[in-house]
Design a protein around this ligand. Structure first.
Ligand code: ZN
Length: 203
């Protein structure tokens, strides 16, 4: 499986990092070795001194597709999840400054903790899903899919023009404002609506 991630998909987050609102989705990837499951602790990496949390909704692809039309995109996913797109912001800044790919700052081992997935039918509307992240019991990030720049269905159509989507692939759909540093000893808890899907420690 592969993990495809979308940068700058909430205008308020693009602004906080002083990035322009993109005209088409900013896409990058993480390898399967980035996954961290079952709320296992995350070990702070030795190559960063500014590790940021980015809480994101995740689409789990349910069947293979290429050149998927936006109007059929809904048939390609049945479950939504929650994850963290951990980012070594200091390293990312250096790479961006040199015009180099971000990969090392975003695709490292365990950079993609994920929780369990929820059937999409359990939501009244996919266009109004609330999600949030607490750090040490304090709310640090809060998002709603109504604020997405590019919708889930648009993303599936766009990505599948370039990359075949396969069953089990995950799409991290972007983070809202409020990204910030984590330190050893911090505890992160992530929610979709009132359901807690992530709860783990930084060690
Ligand atoms: Zn992200």
């Amino acid at each position: 499986m592969k993990i495809i991630a979308v940068g700058r998909n909430y205008a308020d987050h693009a602004k906080e990092l002083k990035n322009e609102i993109p005209e088409s989705p900013v896409i990058f990837m993480k390898p399967d070795t980035a996954l961290l499951k079952d709320n296992k602790p995350f070990y702070y990496p030795d190559f960063s001194e500014s590790l940021h949390h980015e809480v994101e909704l995740i689409i789990k692809i349910a069947k293979e597709g290429k050149h998927i039309a936006e109007r059929f995109a809904k048939d390609y996913y049945t479950e939504i999840g929650l994850g963290i797109d951990f980012t070594a912001r200091d390293l990312q800044g250096k790479l961006k400054g040199k015009g180099l790919p971000w990969e090392l700052s975003k695709a490292f081992d365990n950079s993609a903790p994920i929780g369990r997935f929820v059937e999409k039918t359990s939501f009244q509307s996919l266009e109004a899903i609330n999600f949030s992240l607490l750090k040490n019991q304090t709310l640090v990030q809060q998002g709603n899919t109504r604020d997405l720049i590019f919708s889930f269905d648009f993303l599936i159509a766009f990505i599948s023009r370039f990359i075949t989507l396969k069953k089990g692939d995950l799409i991290f759909t972007g983070t809202p404002a409020g990204v910030g540093e984590v330190k050893r000893g911090d505890r992160l808890q992530g929610y979709i609506e009132n359901e807690k899907l992530l709860d783990f420690e930084i060690k």
